[in-house]
Design a binder for this molecule. Structure first.
Ligand SMILES: C[S@@+](CC[C@H](N)C(=O)[O-])C[C@H]1O[C@@H](n2cnc3c(N)ncnc32)[C@H](O)[C@@H]1O
Length: 256
C-alpha cells in the first residue's frame, strides 16, 4: 500500500477520535470497563492480565487507558504512552478516577523514550495497524523489551467476515466504492467509529507471522472477535466459533 498520509494527519485524526473514551456520555470507570470486556469478551482469557502482576508493562498507544487500568488492577506496573494529548489526558483522568497510580507519557511509537531492555511486556492493542512504518515501530519495541520480554499485539484481520462482508461487500460493492477507491482506502475510511481514519491496514495470519518473525521469537497468532459492522450498528456479534478463524482481531504474541 502506498503511504500517502502524513504522520501529522494521522495524529490529528487520533487527537479527535480516541476510542473507548465515551466523551460526553457520562460513563464512570466501572461502566467503561464493563462495556469494553463484555464486547471484547475474549480479552481476559487471551491476555491474562493477572499474569503480569509485579511486571513492568508498556501500554503502547493507550488511547483512553482502559487496558492500562486493567493491567494495574491486576498488579502490574504500567507505563502508558500515546502520541496524542487527548489520549494522555484521558488515561490520566481514568487512572485517577479508578484510584490507580499513573505514569502516562506523550511520545511516538517510532521514537520510544526508554532505555534498552526496560519492559517485561509491550502491549499494543489496535495501534500498529494504523502506523504505516510498522517495521520501525517493531524495531523500537524490540529495543525496549528486556531479553526475556514479550510482546502482545492486536491487529485487524484481513481474512475475516468483517473485512469480506462489511468492507468489501457492503461498502465496496453495494455502496459502489470499489472502482473509486482501493480496498485499503475503503478499510481506512470505515475501520473506526469516526469515519475517515487516514491509515488502517489489515493483516492475514501468514503476513503477521512473517512480519513479527523478523523481530521476535516463538510467534503465536490467534484469531478472535467474531463481529461484523452493519449499517447503523457496528460490531454486531456473529455466533461463529473462533476455530473458523474468521474473527476481526489477530492476536500476535512473541518473545524477544
Ligand atoms: C484504536 S486506538 C487504540 C487505543 C487503545 N489501545 C485501546 O485499545 O482502546 C489507537 C491509539 O494509538 C495511538 N497511536 C497511533 N499511532 C501512534 C504512534 N505512532 N505512537 C503512539 N501512539 C499512537 C492513537 O493516538 C490512539 O490512541
Amino acid at each position: 500500500m502506498k503511504i500517502k498520509q502524513s504522520h501529522r494527519e494521522i495524529r490529528d485524526y487520533w487527537e479527535q477520535s480516541p476510542p473507548m473514551s465515551f466523551i460526553g456520555e457520562g460513563l464512570n470507570y466501572e461502566a467503561k470497563r464493563e462495556f469494553r470486556y463484555s464486547l471484547q469478551d475474549y480479552m481476559h482469557d487471551v491476555f491474562r492480565f493477572s499474569s503480569f502482576a509485579g511486571k513492568l508493562v508498556l501500554d503502547l498507544g493507550c488511547g483512553a487507558g482502559i487496558d492500562s487500568a486493567e493491567f494495574i488492577r491486576n498488579g502490574a506496573q504500567v507505563v502508558s504512552l500515546d502520541f496524542t494529548q487527548t489520549g494522555v489526558k484521558l488515561t490520566q483522568d481514568l487512572l485517577k478516577e479508578a484510584g490507580f497510580p499513573s505514569h502516562v507519557i506523550q511520545a511516538d511509537a517510532l521514537s520510544l523514550p526508554f532505555k534498552q531492555n526496560t519492559f517485561d511486556c509491550v502491549y499494543c492493542f489496535g495501534v500498529l495497524h494504523h502506523i504505516p512504518q510498522i517495521e520501525e515501530a517493531l524495531a523500537q519495541i524490540h529495543q525496549v523489551l528486556k531479553p526475556t520480554g514479550q510482546i502482545m499485539v492486536m491487529l485487524y484481520h484481513k481474512d475475516s467476515l468483517l473485512y469480506a462482508y462489511s468492507i468489501i461487500y457492503s461498502r465496496g460493492i453495494k455502496e459502489g466504492m470499489l472502482g473509486k477507491f482501493t480496498p485499503d482506502e475503503i478499510l481506512s475510511r470505515y475501520s473506526e467509529r469516526r469515519e475517515g481514519c487516514p491509515y488502517t491496514r489489515a493483516y492475514t495470519k501468514p503476513e503477521a507471522k512473517e512480519l513479527f518473525g523478523r523481530f521476535f521469537e516463538d510467534i503465536q497468532v490467534e484469531v478472535h472477535y467474531n463481529v461484523i459492522d452493519l449499517p447503523g450498528e457496528r460490531k454486531t456479534k456473529v455466533g461463529l466459533p473462533d476455530k473458523y478463524e474468521l474473527g476481526w482481531h489477530l492476536i500476535v504474541k512473541g518473545q524477544k
